[in-house]
Design a protein around this ligand. Sequence first.
Ligand SMILES: Cc1cc2nc3c(=O)[nH]c(=O)nc-3n(C[C@H](O)[C@H](O)[C@H](O)COP(=O)(O)OP(=O)(O)OC[C@H]3O[C@@H](n4cnc5c(N)ncnc54)[C@H](O)[C@@H]3O)c2cc1C
Ligand code: FES
Length: 293
Amino acid sequence: MTKARVAKTKVSNECRQTDSPYLPETVTVERVESISACEKLFRLKREARRARKAAPAHAPGQFYMVGLPGYGEAPISVCAPSATGSDIELCIRVAGNLTGALHRLGPGDTLSLRGPFGDGFDTTALKGRDIIFIAGGIGIAPMRSLLLAVLNGRKAYGELKLLYGAKSPEEVLFTGDFKVWKKKGLSVDVIVDSGTEGWNGRVGLVTDLMGPVKLNALQTTAVVIGPPIMYRFVVAKLKRMGMAESDILLSLERRMKCGVGKCGHCQINSSYVCQDGPVYTLESLEGMGEAFK
Ligand SMILES: Cc1cc2nc3c(=O)[nH]c(=O)nc-3n(C[C@H](O)[C@H](O)[C@H](O)COP(=O)(O)OP(=O)(O)OC[C@H]3O[C@@H](n4cnc5c(N)ncnc54)[C@H](O)[C@@H]3O)c2cc1C
Ligand code: FES
């Protein structure tokens, strides 16, 4: 055996011993639910053996690299909190090859998972604050993980508002959760770009929902998750409302490959979104205009 091959074998054994972040685990689909024409909610279960080994619990805002042999891997955010890390909820929009194949899975099928990765939301730092959550499109999926975490400890937070914009009434996700969220003290305002027959709600952009909002800028943290185009307009409006850049949190989407800060696919200036993000304060994105593209 050549020296190079000996070295390679040694590395791969080390990987196994240290639970390398490159080595996926196999998880089982426990439940799949269509929640719109393009989105499915997956409930995944880690193997009992793995769960017993105390799989890492994820924080709101973190993501997993989800894969299928022959189709590749993609980052998908957690959409519900987990105390133990043994059960995972993901909301996946069909976008291309991999997500299309994931949508064909049913209960009992398996997929590969690496993570959780990234720096999520610090719920402790949000305690005592009023929070305005502003979500656009599929951004409501990662937002839901934070909403549920905050509502689970409702008394620790101040006033809570959700402003949520979707393209059409059919694309408004998690409507089944709204009643419980409102009961727990979250005000929920929804707007759609274009209404269809039977829609009695607001029509327009999510920024239209911001107009009537009265907030105490010093006491409030804004959390914004949505498409990059939304960020520019929402952020400009929040600043006009007197919000400091350090109190505006954004979750960024970037193309990712490794998920662990090695390949550079997700790099913006000197920051690796997969490690330093995806959650950033607006203040920390100073000089990173590319972040909104
Ligand atoms: C941190 C993070 C969290 C994410 N969370 C979720 C989630 O919770 N649910 C969800 O459905 N999707 C999420 N995404 C997006 C998801 O990763 C992509 O939709 C997925 O990679 C598409 O893979 P595919 O092979 O099916 O499609 P591809 O064939 O790779 O792409 C299909 C289309 O989607 C676009 N696309 C692919 N990846 C991205 C990306 N990262 N950003 C913007 N556009 C992209 C492509 O340009 C193309 O137009 C997240 C992405 C990131 C970076
Ligand atoms: S995805 Fe490879 S460095 Fe971030």
